[in-house]
Design a protein around this ligand. Sequence first.
Ligand code: FMN
Length: 368
Amino acid sequence: MTQSTDAAPLFQPVTVGRMSLPNRIAMAPLTRSRADNVTGVPTAMNAAYYAQRADAGLIIAEATQISPQGKGYAYTPGIHSAEQVAGWRLVTDAVRAKGGRMALQLWHVGRVSHPDLQPGGALPVAPSAVKPTLKAFTTEGFKDIPTPRALEIDELPGIVEDYRIAARNAVAAGFDAVEVHAANGYLIDQFLRDGTNQRTDAYGGSVANRARFLFEVLDAVVGEIGADRVGIRLSPLSPSNDAQESDPQAAYSPVIERLNDYKLAYLHMIEGVTRGPHPGFGGLLAELRGLYKGRYIANNVYTRAMAIEAVGGGHADLVAFGRPFIANPDLVERLRLDAPLAEPDSKTFYGGDARGYTDYPTLGAATA
Ligand SMILES: Cc1cc2nc3c(=O)[nH]c(=O)nc-3n(C[C@H](O)[C@H](O)[C@H](O)COP(=O)(O)O)c2cc1C
């Protein structure tokens, strides 16, 4: 028996920064590795995929490298060349034509890369030369990630500048906002955490020093396009991509508190270990969440019931769904109707063609 719960706050409009959203269901950023591998240019197939999901209150597009050095997976898109901006324009036009809104996630992977994916076969870069126990997804399959090269202090302004230009490019490509990817053990998170940051200069040691890079990036991006078009993603409790931190509370509390000063469009939090299990709504998560005063997007293994409860009960302003959006292009409608959800096929998550990408049917098509 399906039951409509249209009245639930989850299905009600909300403003997020400059954006007016028709509902509080966001599509979480999902790397699908289906752009051109050499140019990093999004394709018409990418545009079709996102347009199918335009009912989301907000689509947060997949992580997108801000520079060739920021790349860590084969076939991921970039936002640092004119061709990439033109490719993304196809996507944002298609989403807007279906009535949607879209943010772009700005990404530098840091050490989570491989020389095969780096310009000139260079070593990946990181705050410190700490080798992750990870494999990289290359065009020749998975390869062991080598020890990265520690960034020189005089290289950091150039990377901050890459973020700034990427934000400008995202607006030129028609995005409504950008999301600074400071989660999941990538470059910004590598600076934040003591397991990956062993620097002894102004970017290492104290929590304030480790957060310096994050706030320099934020200052640059906000200065370029305005705080009301900038969100940020954090995953304080996730060891994703070998991210180690001895004291998450000490590392992330001051960061979240200081984010309040920026009046950003939103904070997007991966609650617990990325892809689950959800840690529950008490404890450290409640403490960290309570520090933030602006719009809060909750994510991680949310079900319909959890999302209705989280938004209805004031825990979150929006809930972002990742995997459910892969297999359910009409996720918003299915949640509204409390209709069954299709399960995504993890074999087609990364790379490949339209199969497992644009061929998941809507409920109407599936039952027709
Ligand atoms: C195929 C796949 C790709 C992902 N790519 C990204 C990404 O590009 N950026 C990011 O911040 N998180 C990424 N994630 C994490 C998701 O955004 C999300 O946090 C996670 O899947 C948990 O949410 P869910 O339980 O609703 O799927 C990815 C997850 C999956 C399954």
